[in-house]
Design a protein around this ligand. Structure first.
Ligand code: SF4
Ligand code: SF4
Length: 333
């Protein structure tokens, strides 16, 4: 089977678990370790930032996992896919926070940051910021603003592809359809032999607009099209049904549209996501988990000796494995 067929098989069998390393996460070493752990645990796709160094580190994490698998009595036969995320200007997944001089130095934001991007002296480490907005939500001084990093996209995507990215995803949670489809056309020019996905939520789009956008994107990409149904972007903190409810709700809209697309559940996803989808009779082809999955292992993988400590690796892989199995059941290796 070629790589497109392998991906199709995983999607049709609902065996795709995608780890979202963070569209805005440019901490390459953290991405390498996340990929290493989740590849050993059975994840088949990794969503990473449009950053060549990050893609290289994701490739390294996969290579290391394939080598290490023997020690855990596993064999990774299907090499996991790398998906590069591209954010439209205005999409929260790719913005970066900055603290302005309105800051009263109350320090409330420091503990709210899921990636420890805010330093003790109240600076934000750009590479670590994933644009989640938690800091802004607790800032009573209105001191946090966001900016978008403009990139020469076509050149960058070609470079990412040369380094090992096989799929691209457009984060299109913005109201302006014209700019979305300009970038969509370009993505489809660069990736012609594998899946392309569009990450959509309902912040700016009503149900009918959402369906129109999906149909139009499907017209461009054909059967290679995945809708990443994003409930509430970057909201996966808790492991309960309520947190994952909106991911199921948006997938339900896609399902009822009867447009022939593959659907990944995302945005607030946790260990209960596919269980809730099954209970609600909502169909899907896989699940993408970011915040929740990263938080489960972050304290272990950030330790300096992690990559050389077999006991810590086994612990992290065990935790990741439990989350994957809870969502997709028995895995295809
Ligand atoms: S919450 Fe706002 S005011 Fe308080 S330290 Fe953070 S940026 Fe400054
Ligand atoms: S809380 Fe979120 S938006 Fe704020 S600095 Fe941390 S990652 Fe960035």
């Amino acid at each position: 089977m070629n790589r497109l067929d392998i991906m199709t098989d995983l999607l049709v069998k609902r065996k795709l678990f995608k780890l979202v390393c963070g569209a805005g996460n440019e901490d390459a070493e953290e991405v390498r370790r996340l990929v290493f752990v989740y590849a050993l645990a059975g994840a088949k796709c990794f969503d990473v930032s449009a950053n060549v160094e990050v893609v290289r580190h994701a490739v390294k994490g996969i290579d290391e996992a394939i080598k290490y698998a023997r020690k855990l009595n596993r064999k990774i036969i299907i090499r996991p896919f790398i998906n590069v995320s591209i954010g439209m200007r205005g999409d929260p997944h790719v913005r970066k926070a900055v603290i302005t001089d309105r800051c009263s130095q109350c320090r409330a934001c420091i503990g709210e940051c899921p990636t420890d991007a805010i330093t003790e002296d109240l600076n934000i480490i750009e590479e670590k910021c994933i644009g989640c907005g938690n800091c802004e939500a607790v800032c009573s001084s209105g001191a946090i603003v966001f900016f978008h990093k403009d990139k020469n996209l076509k050149k960058l995507l070609q470079e990412c592809k040369q380094c090992g990215a096989e799929q691209f995803e457009l984060h299109a949670a913005v109201p302006d359809s014209r700019s979305v489809f300009e970038e969509w056309a370009m993505i489809n020019e660069v990736i012609t032999d594998n899946y392309v996905s569009m990450c959509l939520d309902r912040l700016h789009l009503g149900d009918s607009q959402l369906k129109r956008r999906i149909q139009k994107a499907r017209d461009v990409s054909g059967k290679r099209f995945i809708v990443q149904a994003d409930g509430v972007p970057m909201s996966g903190g808790k492991d309960d049904y309520n947190t994952t409810l909106q991911a199921i709700a948006i997938a339900d809209i896609v399902m009822k549209s009867k447009i022939d697309v593959k659907v990944l559940l995302s945005g607030g996803t946790n260990s209960l996501t596919t269980k809730l989808a099954d209970m609600c009779g909502v169909s899907y082809n896989g699940v993408s988990i970011g915040t929740f999955a990263r938080n489960l292992v972050k304290d272990i993988i950030r330790q300096d000796d992690f990559m050389n400590n077999g006991e810590k690796i086994i612990r992290a892989v065990g935790i990741a494995d439990k989350l994957i199995t809870a969502n997709i059941g028995e895995q295809i290796w």
